[in-house]
Design a protein around this ligand. Structure first.
Ligand SMILES: C[S@@+](CC[C@H](N)C(=O)[O-])C[C@H]1O[C@@H](n2cnc3c(N)ncnc32)[C@H](O)[C@@H]1O
Length: 224
């Protein structure tokens, strides 16, 4: 499935152009590279620990797929993974699509579209692994709360949500953990406190059987 919502190379008015943001991944000293290492490590662990059978992965605002795709490429469970990556920018989405193709990852489906739109999740939800990376620093707190509440419906029992958030306002991270707890998740792991304040990564495990989403509302809107 490939729901193209904007012609390649054009930006929707009001939406920030994220294409240059990914250049920081090419600087080995950048905090983003440190964050990526933690996220990739967490993805690897989730795949290592997944029970036998199909592993469903849903990545919202997936960008170039730099977290998931390189890990999958070298992982013994790669053939078991069905992943949907949703990215709004058609040019960025194509980078992810090309990376998956180069790695021969037939189970990776990159959709160009609004990752807040639950209709695009299809049968990838409830997912064994839900990636919410690079989102919570760009949406309102109300939308973070709403996304975490919906994560309860989007994550399979025993599955994990890996999420990121900067710590410029240190009070927000504990609130996010609280919302995950309210939504039925246990804390699994979190990144080291000595990382730069732009970096915080955590994983939460869904402890309940997820009910279908109660609504079809959009989960969030980017405000940055
Ligand atoms: C901060 S980057 C994070 C990318 C990736 N998750 C990562 O950590 O490398 C945010 C990404 O979200 C995309 N984006 C913004 N709003 C979106 C939306 N509503 N649906 C899907 N993608 C969106 C941007 O184009 C950008 O690629």
């Amino acid at each position: 499935m490939d729901a193209i919502v904007a012609p390649a190379g054009e930006n929707t008015p009001g939406l920030r152009d994220w294409k240059t943001w990914f250049a920081a991944y090419d600087d080995p000293e950048s905090p983003l590279v440190k964050r990526l290492a933690v996220v990739q490590d967490g993805i690897r662990r989730a795949l290592d620990e997944a029970p036998a059978g199909t592993i469903s992965v849903l990545s919202l605002c997936a960008g170039e797929g730099r977290d998931l795709i390189p890990v999958l490429a070298g992982h013994p469970r790669r053939a078991d993974v069905r992943a949907r990556l949703i990215e709004f920018d058609p040019v960025i989405a194509q980078v992810a699509r090309d990376a998956a193709a180069v790695a021969g990852l037939d189970g990776v489906d990159v959709v160009t579209g609004d990752a807040a739109d639950q209709a695009l999740y299809g049968d990838y939800a409830p997912a064994d692994l839900l990636l919410l990376c690079g989102i919570f620093g760009n949406i309102s707190e109300a939308d973070i709360h709403n996304t975490v509440s919906h994560a309860a419906h989007l994550t399979a029992r025993g599955g994990a949500a890996i999420w990121t958030r900067h710590r410029h306002d240190p009070a927000v991270v504990p609130r996010i953990h609280g919302w995950f707890a309210e939504a039925g998740f246990a804390d699994l792991w979190q990144s080291d406190a000595d990382l730069p304040t732009t970096v915080y990564v955590a994983a939460n495990r869904q402890e309940r059987e997820p009910a279908p989403s109660p609504d079809d509302e959009k989960l969030f809107t980017f405000i940055k």
